[in-house]
Design a binder for this molecule. Structure first.
Ligand code: NAD
Length: 499
């Protein structure tokens, strides 16, 4: 049993808390427990929120120039420490180092976007909206906001929200996944290095107890959540019932539609990259290839051939694909492989037979491919969140579109074709929040907003970009008339009209 206890970040410094309840943290490539993470109690969450509230009030009143200066410092600290952060991600999540660096890069881009927040925080001004009356608008911070993040992007997902919230003048309490908690503390160190005042960025480690304490806390004004759909729905319903603004991003089942005119070598490369990158533990992973006839017969062998060249193993050894995050998750995903066989899908490549380049006790499952998958099979109907790619065969574009639109999820999708008209139609007709045309993982840039439709997002606002600025601020409109001896009005009980 490891003696290292990963604690919280409170009042600008590491804070062990009482750590009466704890969880094990694993290195997924070895299967060994490397540390324990403290689980915050309700009282500990209260203490952190109270300090955040105090610090947030001062931060919200700090000049935009000074806040921006801190944002630039944070961005520079992330650049300086990106390799250290990536190593921490690989050690607890398992994804290969290059992929971890990529996640830091995409998070860094949001920090860079947030450096330009003053441009989006500007209000409008109308001179002489009415005679002698001017109107201006402003956006003000909410106060304390909570960010609750999943295991699969321990750096990028917090970074979708935290820099934007802080640039807008809020204080943040981050509750990271208990499976890979260390990255959150490295982010906290980066904020401290940047000169962010103590109490503006905070971390509470923990489980449902900490989440519930945040959802019910009267001083928490808003919650940004990312995780599985059942928990996203719960967070949305509980948070809004407690009067909070909530954006809760949920699970996914992303389809890649392949039309007969597509370049099938490009398609096979894209399907393998998007299906098995990060061992399929990405909310934007492709999990279903929708092959429009006659594509399937030629495409499936091309995908299988590429899969044979992938090396699964320890993410620190230059492998293509790492382990799954925990033993329990690996077993669950392997259970879906068995269920796919039972349901009658064709198992083309069986990842359960993988020979990993890593320790025997690592949480291994190799890339897996099913063909002739149909709705109604668990392997199609449920989010697997592992290295399992399913091919569904359909006879036409219309059948492909109907299949995608009938799915409960609506996070990401892609269409592969050389036909611009068909691609344009798909982008308009598909009921999904993020669409790629010959791009398998269409994650929006930081200055756009990230978010899905249907069961992939509860709430109205997507993450980062202009929508992020709006989520973390309240708008106010001020109507002003200064006394002017030339325009005295006297008493008028009528409803104000514009003259
Ligand atoms: P999860 O829902 O199990 O956990 C997410 C967060 O909720 C964690 O911080 C966890 O501690 C907390 N939590 C878990 N159970 C809870 C409960 N009963 N009550 C209150 N809080 C609880 O998700 P995960 O397994 O960490 O992450 C994988 C999921 O996240 C997948 O479904 C994936 O699609 C989704 N995801 C979605 C997006 C997106 O942008 N839509 C991005 C990344 C991940």
């Amino acid at each position: 049993m490891s003696s290292t206890i990963i604690g919280h970040w409170h009042e600008g410094a590491p804070w062990p808390g009482a750590a009466e309840r704890r969880g094990d943290v694993y290195d997924p490539a070895t299967g060994q427990v490397t540390a324990q993470v403290a689980f915050a109690s309700g009282d500990e969450v209260d203490a952190v929120v109270a300090a955040a509230d105090k610090a947030g009030r001062a931060w919200g009143a700090t000049s935009v120039a000074r806040r921006t200066n801190v944002l630039f410092g944070f961005r520079n600290a992330l650049v300086r420490r990106r390799e250290e952060i990536a190593a921490a991600i690989t050690a607890e999540h398992g994804k290969v180092l290059d992929d971890a660096l990529g996640e830091v890069q995409r998070g860094l881009e949001v920090a860079e976007f947030a450096c330009g927040a003053p441009h989006l925080l500007k209000g409008g001004h109308t001179d002489a909206a009415s005679t002698g009356v001017d109107v201006h608008s402003l956006r003000q911070a909410l106060g304390v906001v909570a960010v609750i993040s999943p295991f699969n992007f321990p750096a990028m997902v917090p970074l979708w929200f935290v820099p934007v919230a802080i640039a807008c003048g809020n204080a943040v309490v981050l509750k990271p996944s208990e499976k890979d908690p260390s990255t959150s503390l490295l982010l906290a160190e980066c904020w401290a290095e940047a000169g962010l005042p103590a109490g503006v960025f905070n971390v509470v480690q923990g489980d449902k107890v900490a989440v519930d304490a945040l959802l019910e806390h009267p001083q928490v004004a808003a919650v940004s959540f990312v995780g599985s759909t059942p928990i996203a729905r719960y967070v949305y319903e509980t948070g809004t019932a407690h009067g909070k603004r909530v954006q809760a991003l949920g699970g996914a089942k992303n389809h890649m539609v392949v039309l007969p005119d597509a370049d099938l070598d490009d398609v096979a490369d894209a399907a393998v990259s998007a299906g098995f990158g990060s061992a399929g533990e990405r909310c934007m992973a492709i999990s279903v290839v929708v092959a429009v006839d006659p594509v399937g017969d030629e495409l499936v062998p091309k995908i299988a051939e590429r899969m044979a060249g992938l090396r699964t193993g320890d993410g620190r050894r230059g492998c293509d694909m790492g382990p799954l995050v925990t033993g329990a998750h690996r077993d669950k995903v392997a259970g879906y492989v068995a269920a796919g066989v039972d349901a009658g899908a064709d198992l083309v490549v069986d990842g359960r037979e993988v020979a990993p380049d890593g320790a025997a006790d690592g949480f291994w499952l190799g890339p897996t491919l099913f063909d002739h998958v149909r709705p109604g099979m668990p392997v199609y109907d449920e989010e697997i969140f592992g290295p399992v790619l399913s091919v569904v065969r359909v006879s036409s574009y219309d059948e492909a579109l109907a299949l995608v639109n009938a799915n409960d999820y609506g996070n990401g999708t892609a269409i592969f074709t050389g036909d611009g008209g068909a691609a344009r139609r798909y982008a308009r007709e598909v009921e999904v929040g993020m669409v790629g045309v010959n791009v398998p993982i269409p994650v929006p840039m930081a200055y756009y907003s990230f978010g899905g439709w249907k069961a992939s997002l509860f709430g109205d606002t997507h993450a980062h970009g202009t929508e992020g600025i709006h989520f973390f601020t309240r708008a106010k409109v001020v109507t002003t008339r200064w006394p002017d001896p030339a325009s005295r009005h006297g008493i008028d009980l009528g409803f104000p009209q514009h003259t």
